[in-house]
Design a binder for this molecule. Structure first.
Ligand SMILES: NC(=O)c1ccc[n+]([C@@H]2O[C@H](COP(=O)([O-])OP(=O)(O)OC[C@H]3O[C@@H](n4cnc5c(N)ncnc54)[C@H](O)[C@@H]3O)[C@@H](O)[C@H]2O)c1
Length: 260
């Protein structure tokens, strides 16, 4: 393994939710490249299987486990299987997330869509963190990284209205602060990444619309949309010893959107 030992994850066991595509897949790559044993998890088992096959080209130490993070029993089984198969859990990326079925203002969004978004984006973080913490507290060490959003820090209506998504990510931001201070004394660092606009499947084909992409570029000082692999540096920093003194904070990774 080359590079600074500060960022080495050799001997560490990492779990990434929503790892079949997009940012979760890129994060899994970064962890594997840094030497971790990686459990990739996703609700979409077909795509997860393909992704894990491809990730094996980097290193063999990767397995795929299906799990819908909105189902508490599946989450318990996921964490139990991780511990049984790999013996420990050092790093958890709460990455699985969904957007609203369509942009809609608060008085327009259905209760079903509101609850669906909360069940994955907020309850999923709660359920995975709760089970992982039971192991990390015993180990007296761990790293939990929540993937929030710039829409957890400011409203999105200037671009499109996403009240359920924004409320869920805002809750993840403050949950990160709460967990960060609660578990700091246990040797567990809890932090978050707030991505700006990255071209993934999240926006359900919206990135195929050149006008939408142009609007996002115009809103971004760096004048382009992020590539999924551009999350790797922040992910590796927060997963590694390099961030041992950081607790309950957000890294905003957005090409300058929120600096304006
Ligand atoms: N792409 C962006 O611009 C952007 C910006 C800010 C935040 N984010 C956040 O990044 C995270 C990753 O999103 P992405 O952009 O890579 O999207 P994506 O749609 O490409 O990937 C999300 C993955 O999560 C999985 N998933 C969805 N629901 C799940 C569930 N209930 N249980 C387990 N897995 C589930 C999907 O199958 C998919 O593989 C999300 O939390 C998202 O909110 C993305």
């Amino acid at each position: 393994m080359h590079g600074s030992p500060l960022f080495s994850l050799t001997g560490q066991v990492a779990l990434v939710t929503g790892a079949a595509t997009g940012l979760g897949r890129a994060i899994s790559e970064a962890l594997l490249e840094a030497g971790a044993d990686v459990v990739c998890s996703d609700k979409d088992v077909t795509r997860l299987t393909e992704t894990v096959e491809q990730l094996r080209a980097i290193r063999e130490n990767v397995i795929g486990l299906g799990c819908d993070v909105s189902k508490a029993r599946q989450v318990k089984a996921l964490i139990r299987q991780t511990r049984d198969r790999l013996g420990r859990l050092d790093i958890l990326f709460n990455n699985a997330g969904i957007s609203q079925r369509r942009p809609a203002r608060l008085h327009e969004i259905s209760a079903a869509d509101w609850n669906r978004v909360m069940a994955v984006n907020l309850q999923g973080v709660y359920a995975c963190s709760r089970e992982a913490l039971k192991i990390m507290i015993r180990q007296k060490s761990g790293k939990i990284i929540n993937i929030a959003s710039i829409w957890g820090l400011v409203g999105s209506s200037g671009i499109k209205p996403l009240p359920a998504y924004n409320a869920s990510k805002g809750a993840v931001v403050n949950l990160t602060r709460e967990m960060g201070i609660e578990y700091a004394a246990y040797g567990i660092n809890v932090n978050a990444i707030c991505p700006g606009f990255f071209s993934t499947r999240l926006a359900d084909g919206a990135y195929d619309d050149p006008r939408f992409v142009q609007a996002l570029r115009d809103a971004t000082p760096i004048r382009r949309i992020g590539k999924p692999e551009e999350i790797k540096g922040a992910a590796l920093f927060l997963a590694s010893r390099a961030s041992d003194f950081m607790c309950g904070q957000m890294i905003v990774l957005d090409g300058g959107v929120l600096a304006q």
